[in-house]
Design a protein around this ligand. Structure first.
Ligand SMILES: [Zn+2]
Length: 214
């Protein structure tokens, strides 16, 4: 049963991918930072690809949670530890001048993110032709997040925000803490839909049912 635990794991054991990429957390959690993975798509749920990323020590990136395209939530690092998701970053609102990782939880949505149009065709960041759903925003093209991903985050987010008393103003995108350097999760991220979940709240039992459902 996935309950917020003393060890900072919020998902059942089968969805924990214990990444070796973390440090002991020494600062309190004050923020939640949302990302897109922009991981190459190997299968529709991309689970194996995401698991390899979390375990692979040749990259120095990790994160606490990854929400797969089918809505399954993987957890790579205990929230009691510091994951490596934001890189060079700051959040002046809280007086955090550097290293947002120290103060935050990272939540990644598996998505190819921004697409490139060439000769009337769309391509992903790896140069592969893209034929999936598309959102166009101000002349740019993006892979949309799935309903399942947003539904899962609407259950996870209130649990995290409540557990660590993170206010809405400190639930942000990578682009907000690394402006000019990062653009994820892009302007297409449905913040109003996501943040409205906090007001209505949810229970750990609902998270459990969700994970079981998948
Ligand atoms: Zn990011």
């Amino acid at each position: 049963m996935p309950t917020p635990s003393k060890e900072g794991w919020f998902v059942p054991p089968e969805n924990r991918i214990a990444s070796p990429k973390f440090n002991k957390r020494v600062k309190p959690i004050k923020m939640i930072v949302v990302h897109t993975t922009i991981a190459p798509r190997e299968t529709p749920d991309n689970r194996k690809r995401i698991e390899r990323w979390l375990m692979n020590t040749s990259s120095t990136a990790s994160t606490h949670f990854v929400i797969l395209r089918n809505g399954v939530i993987l957890q790579g690092v205990s929230t009691l530890d510091k994951a490596w998701h934001a890189g060079k970053s700051s959040w002046p609102r809280l007086g955090i001048a550097s290293d947002v990782n120290a103060w935050s939880i990272g939540v990644d949505f598996d998505s190819l993110g921004r697409l490139t149009k060439k000769g009337g065709e769309l391509f992903d960041a790896y140069g592969s032709p893209y034929h999936g759903d598309v959102i166009e925003h101000e002349g740019d093209f993006f892979e949309p997040f799935t309903v399942e991903q947003i539904d899962s985050f609407r259950i996870l987010l209130p649990i995290l925000a409540d557990e660590y008393q993170v206010g809405e103003q400190n639930i942000v995108g990578h682009r907000d803490v690394s402006p000019g350097r990062k653009t994820d999760p892009e302007l297409i991220f449905p913040w109003p839909i996501v943040l409205s979940a906090i007001d209505f709240g949810c229970t750990t039992r609902e998270l459990a049912n969700l994970v079981r459902y998948h």
